[in-house]
Ligand binder design. Structure first.
Ligand code: HPA
Ligand code: ZN
Length: 322
């Protein structure tokens, strides 16, 4: 199937970190604009460092490079670049993660982030976009609760709250109170779980956080009872195959759990995660998956439909996009 057919598929992206869309060229441009010197000679040298061995090895570089994001204009330009790419890939709707704590701790006010995101989304010719702030799980539930205090005055600007960053050793359950408070303010939960962490973290995300979607979730296959529950409740998994390959979760895309997740009757969406780092935006992900597993256009269109139905868009709006 050619790229035009992939682009033509109505689809939503539900798992993309806006900081993970920072291309090396834009990073150097923003560094210059902000009078900063990056510890890389140029974008070629920076790209050469994208040889990750684990989630942590990626996060170390990712949190470092995002230091170039300082002003509302920086967040605007970053978001505009992603939305342009998304439109070219035939994305009709995007639910975009951002990491408020990664910027607040560098002295960037929440207002600068939100002003930048808002300006880009307002000026965009599509896709529609929702924002999902994520708590950095390795900073713990206390820091997450403090961050929620800062977020709640802007709750009407968010579709949900999420949980991301270093997973191993940082289970969801201790964040139960944080997500309960967000839920009481009208913000549903999504959570990264079962990317590097065990299947029990997926279970905790459901039971303790009331997660409405699981980001990644591939490790759920280790627990047959959990798989039955995810299938029965039709909990969407936002799967990111290129990310899993780039971070060493699987050695090769051919070994990815995707066919087994589908065979188990799970609700699976395809996503890019951090496309500037992991070798492709969403149309590339669809193309790799179709080629690797020999899926036909009907199967690929079903991934697109599932993604729109798994979004937080109102039902009437989902119907309009399908
Ligand atoms: N996992 C956890 N945290 C992240 C990721 C991811 O894949 N990408 C950006 N932050
Ligand atoms: Zn992610």
């Amino acid at each position: 199937m050619d790229r035009a057919e992939i682009v033509d598929i109505p689809k939503a992206e539900l798992h993309v970190h806006i900081e993970g869309t920072l291309e090396p060229e834009l990073a150097f441009l923003l560094a210059r604009r902000n009078g900063l010197t990056l510890p890389y000679a140029d974008s070629t040298e920076l790209r050469a460092r994208y040889a990750f061995t684990s989630l942590q090895s990626f996060l170390d570089l990712y949190y470092g490079l995002m230091d170039v994001l300082r002003t509302a204009e920086d967040f605007r330009d970053l978001t505009t670049a992603y939305l342009d790419k998304a439109r070219q890939d035939g994305i009709r709707h995007a639910e975009i993660f951002f990491d408020p704590q990664a910027h607040l701790r560098r002295g960037v006010p929440l207002e600068a982030m939100l002003e930048g995101f808002g300006a880009a989304i307002a000026a965009s010719e599509g896709p529609s976009a929702y924002l999902i702030p994520c708590f950095l799980r390795d900073l713990g539930p206390g820091a997450a609760m403090d961050t929620l205090d800062e977020l709640l005055p802007y709750a009407d600007r968010f579709a949900a709250v999420g949980l991301d960053s270093a997973e191993a050793g940082h289970p969801p359950e201790p964040f139960a109170d944080v997500f309960a408070r967000a839920r009481a303010a009208g913000l549903p939960a999504v959570a990264h779980a079962g990317e590097e962490g065990p299947s029990d973290y997926v279970r905790q995300a459901l039971v303790s956080l009331h997660a409405r979607r699981i980001d990644h979730g591939v490790r759920c296959l280790d627990d047959p009872e959990l798989v039955l529950r995810l299938a029965a409740e039709q909990i969407p998994l936002t799967v990111c195959p290129l990310s899993n390959v780039m971070l060493g979760g699987v050695a090769r895309i051919e070994e990815h759990a995707l066919p087994r997740l589908l065979a188990a009757g799970l609700t699976v969406t395809l996503n890019s995660d951090d496309p500037a780092y992991f070798g492709g935006y969403l149309a590339d992900v669809y193309q790799h998956v179709a080629r690797t597993f020999g899926y036909d256009i009907a199967t690929m269109r079903a991934f697109g439909e599932t993604s729109i139905r798994a979004s937080f868009l109102p039902a009437a709006e989902q119907q309009r996009l399908l």
